[in-house]
Design a protein around this ligand. Structure first.
Ligand SMILES: [Zn+2]
Length: 218
C-alpha cells in the first residue's frame, strides 16, 4: 500500500517524538473507516475517534491475529503520550500490523512508551541480562570483568541498581589497576573515573544545598 506523509505544515505533529522508521507525522493511506454494528469493520479500541488519525487506516489480516472475541479489521495511526517522558508520539498503523500479526502480540497489548524510551528500556534489559550472565561465570577474564563493571555502571546511572554497589565494583577493578602496562589498565582507569563521577553526583544530590553566608571582612 502506498502511503504519503502529511505535509510538513506547522501542526500538532511537529513536536511529536520521531519514530526511527516512520518519522513523526502520520502516514496517510487515504482510507478512513468506522465501526459497523455487525463488526465487519472493527477498529482497535485503543484507538477511538479523536485518538486515531483520520485517513491513516491499514487493513488487518485477521487470520494472522491471535484469536480474540472480536477481530480488529483496521489499524490507524494513533496518538499516544509516553508514560515515561510524557512526550507525544504516534503508534503507527503499520507498527500495529507488525505487533499483532507478525509478532502475534495479543490485541490487548498497547504501546505506552515513545521509541527512544522503548530503546533505552531495551538497552537496560540487555545490560541487566549481560550483567547477570557475567556474574554467574566462575572464571572471568579481565575483559569480562570490565564488561561486567561497565554494564553495572550503566545500570547504576539509570537507577536500576543502587549506588551501594559502587564499592563492590571498585573492588572488581582493583586487580586490573595493578599493572600500568597491562592492556586492561586504561579501560579500567576510565571505568574507575566514571564510577567516581557517579558517586560524586549522587553524593551531591543527597546533600541539601548549604545556606550561603557572606564572609565577614576582617
Ligand atoms: Zn518517552
Amino acid at each position: 500500500m502506498s502511503t504519503t506523509r502529511v505535509p510538513a505544515t506547522p501542526g500538532e505533529f511537529a513536536h511529536y517524538v520521531a519514530h526511527p522508521r516512520f518519522g513523526r507525522r502520520p502516514r496517510l493511506t487515504g482510507l478512513d473507516v468506522f465501526n459497523t454494528p455487525d463488526a465487519r469493520v472493527y477498529c482497535h479500541w485503543h484507538s477511538p475517534i479523536g485518538v486515531r488519525v483520520p485517513n491513516t487506516a491499514v487493513v488487518a489480516d485477521v487470520s494472522r491475529q491471535r484469536p480474540a472475541t472480536v477481530a480488529v479489521t483496521h489499524y490507524f495511526d494513533a496518538r499516544r503520550t509516553c508514560r515515561k517522558c510524557s512526550r507525544p508520539f504516534l503508534f503507527f498503523a503499520e507498527e500495529q500490523k507488525y505487533w499483532y500479526e507478525a509478532l502475534a502480540f495479543p490485541l490487548e497489548a498497547d504501546c505506552l512508551e515513545c521509541p527512544p524510551c522503548r530503546k533505552s528500556e531495551q538497552k537496560l534489559r540487555a545490560a541487566r541480562e549481560r550483567y547477570d550472565a557475567l556474574l554467574l561465570q566462575t572464571a572471568r577474564t579481565q575483559t569480562d570483568t570490565l564488561e561486567l563493571v561497565t554494564c553495572a555502571l550503566g545500570l547504576v546511572e539509570s537507577s536500576v541498581f543502587a549506588v551501594k554497589l559502587l564499592p563492590k565494583l571498585r573492588g572488581l577493578l582493583k586487580p586490573l589497576l595493578v599493572d600500568a602496562q597491562g592492556s586492561s589498565y586504561a579501560p579500567a582507569r576510565s571505568a574507575l573515573d566514571r564510577l567516581k563521577r557517579i558517586a560524586a553526583l549522587r553524593a551531591e544530590r543527597r546533600t541539601p544545598p548549604r545556606q550561603r553566608r557572606g564572609r565577614r571582612p576582617k
